[in-house]
Design a protein around this ligand. Structure first.
Ligand code: DGL
Length: 264
C-alpha cells in the first residue's frame, strides 16, 4: 500500500500528519522531519528549495503516492521546485493554497492576520495568493521567528511561548482582524495561547484540518484514496535523530512511532 509522504523541517508537520491520520485513518504515512537542517524559516529560498526538493524526491522514490508539504517555509519558497522534483503524476498539497481558498470562500471581504517564519513572510506568497482571488482581503502579516524554535525545543503549554507571543501580538498591529492564519506548522501547538491574546471574535484558523481536507479531495480526484485499513503502517524518518524529536514526535502523534534516521 502506497503511503502519503509528509515533510517538514522538524516536528511542526506532525500537527498536519495527525490531522491527516484523523481524517483518513486508512492511509499509511511516511513522514520526514529534516531535523539536520532546521530551522527552514531562517534559510535562504535557494537552500529551502534544495532541501525540500531532495526530500520530496526521496518520498516519491520510497513509493509515496502523494506529497504534503507540511511546512509553510517550504510551501512559500519551494513549491514549484518540489512539483518539478516529483513529476506531474504525483499530487502535491501545500500549506498556502488551501488556506487562501478557505478564507476567500468564508469571507471574500475580510481583514486577515498572518504570523509565520521570516522565510514565509518575506516570500509574499500569501499576498500573491489573496490578490489572485479578491481585492477586498486585507492581509496584515508579521514574522514571529522566535516562536518555532521555542516550540521545537519542547516549550508548549507554558510561559515561554506565552511570553514570546505576547511580545509579537500585544500591540495594535492585529486590531480589527476577522481571522488569523497560523502560518507555520509548529504554531497549532500554541493555538490556545494565540486565542487568549486576541479578541474572542477572531477565528484562529485550524490549518491542519483544512490541509487534511484538501489532501482528501486530491486523493479522490486522482483515484488514490485507500479504502482498506488492514495494512496501515506509519513510518517516521528524520535526518538527525535526537532524543528531543523522539519525545515530541511520540507526544504529538499520540502513538508508538517507528523512528529512523535517514540522511539524504
Ligand atoms: N514548520 C516550519 C514552517 O511551517 C517552520 C519551522 C522552521 O523554521 O524550520 O514554516
Amino acid at each position: 500500500m502506497r503511503p502519503i509522504g509528509i515533510f517538514d523541517s522538524g516536528i511542526g508537520g506532525l500537527t498536519v500528519a495527525r490531522a491527516i491520520h484523523d481524517l483518513l485513518p486508512e492511509e499509511s504515512i511516511l513522514y520526514f522531519g529534516d531535523t539536520a537542517h532546521l530551522p527552514y524559516g531562517e534559510k535562504s529560498p535557494v537552500l529551502i528549495r534544495r532541501y525540500s526538493s531532495r526530500i520530496a524526491k526521496h518520498l516519491v522514490d520510497s513509493g509515496c503516492k502523494a506529497i504534503v508539504v507540511a511546512c509553510n517555509s517550504a510551501s512559500s519558497n519551494a513549491l514549484e521546485a518540489i512539483k518539478a522534483a516529483v513529476g506531474p503524476s504525483i499530487p502535491v498539497v501545500d500549506m498556502v493554497t488551501p488556506m487562501v481558498s478557505y478564507i476567500y470562500s468564508k469571507n471574500p471581504e475580510s481583514r486577515v492576520g498572518l504570523i509565520g517564519t521570516r522565510a514565509t513572510i518575506s516570500s509574499g506568497v500569501y499576498e500573491i495568493g489573496f490578490a489572485g482571488v479578491s481585492d477586498a482581503i486585507t492581509l496584515l502579516s508579521r514574522a514571529t521567528p522566535l516562536l518555532a524554535s521555542a516550540i521545537e525545543e519542547g516549550f508548549y503549554n507554558d510561559s515561554i511561548p506565552r511570553a514570546v507571543l505576547e511580545a509579537y501580538l500585544s500591540d495594535d498591529f492585529f486590531t480589527d482582524i476577522d481571522s488569523i492564519i497560523l502560518g507555520c506548522t509548529h504554531y497549532p501547538l500554541v493555538r490556545k495561547e494565540v486565542k487568549t491574546l486576541l479578541s474572542s471574535n477572531v477565528e484562529v484558523i485550524d490549518s491542519p484540518s483544512i490541509i487534511a481536507g484538501e489532501l482528501k479531495n486530491q486523493l479522490i480526484k486522482h483515484q488514490l484514496l485507500e479504502d482498506n485499513s488492514q495494512t496501515v503502517e506509519h513510518h517516521f524518518q528524520v535526518s538527525d535523530l535526537t532524543e528531543n524529536f523522539r519525545k515530541s514526535a511520540q507526544y504529538f502523534f499520540g502513538e508508538d512511532l517507528k523512528l529512523e534516521e535517514v540522511s539524504l
